[in-house]
Design a protein around this ligand. Sequence first.
Ligand SMILES: Cc1ncc(COP(=O)(O)O)c(C=O)c1O
Length: 366
Amino acid sequence: MLWKDSLREMKPYKPGKSIKEVLNQYQLEKVVKLASNENPYGPAPSAKKLLDEGTIEIEMYPDGNASSLRKKIARKLNVNEDSLLFGGGSDEIIVMISRALLDSGKNTIMATPTFPQYAHNAKIDGAEIREVALVDGHHNLDGFLNVIDKDTSVIWLCSPNNPTGNLISSEALTTFLTKVPDNILVVLDEAYFEYITDPSYTNTIHLLKEYPNLIVLRTFSKAYGLAAFRIGYAIGNPEVISNLNKVRSPFNVTSAGQVLAEAALDDDEFIKECSLLNHEEMQRFIQYANANKLHIYDSEANFVLIEVPGNGDLASEKLLQQGFIVRSGEALGTPGYIRVTIGSENQNNGFFAAFDSLLADAQLLK
Ligand SMILES: Cc1ncc(COP(=O)(O)O)c(C=O)c1O
């Protein structure tokens, strides 16, 4: 077959092990997944209640305009309805941006390591990828400015960054935006926005008026606990949104995703509580790392990137044997580390006990 040239070097996405696979493979009674940064406290209660009532219409196509959800988010964020674009997770919005703006002859700039879907889609669309190494987990935005040229089409910023968790400060972001030519789309992926506790971080939505080349991505997969329903959205300039809408498939967001997301938006208290608990549990990870002299990145998300004794692959395999699924840093571009979703207090107690035995094994090998 006449496959796109760009696919030649690519491999299909390799999903991590599911809870069920790990249970069977290691003959475990319980497995805790701390690998995909889902919400350990479950879905937002209003969404769960709606789901339990079983009233979601399933024989009809979804509303292709997501009108009701659109209204509610527009009101909540104080933006126009035509500033919003919905996707099957923010993953699909990344696909739409790439499809609409990237092809051979264009280039796109991103940090490394960062969320891999930016590079993955740019590769498929044949664009040149310009990666700028993080500095201590932070985006090097001056480095970004240095590699911009007339063919730069999209810049990807991930804040908090996956996998390090570091935030781009509001000041650095604004300075950067003033320097980027306005014909380049700057994508600010805020998948973990609801977890940010840094008081100096200002809400980025107000920047959209001043910088029409900025687009902000958010998702219901993380703090809202709706990952299974695949719903994310972008907020941007109506003209940008209108162009992206040209590549959107007509019924891309499911009816269930739309109504559950709409219900979940009423659960501000739940989101606040999850963010607070996440912050408290994060302090335990920091204390654990410090007590064991392991480096840990400054995270404003619901995961941490923490150093392990030896190699990330081996450490995650050993943790897996004890029932904890985490992501090896080797696969994320941060060898010698693992990325761990911050779980509930109970889950984290178990994780620290499993990590203790990892440290004890490492001690024995010395
Ligand atoms: C930084 C970042 N962006 C986007 C996504 C995609 O999220 P979703 O497609 O579930 O909205 C993720 C998921 O892990 C992520 O970490």
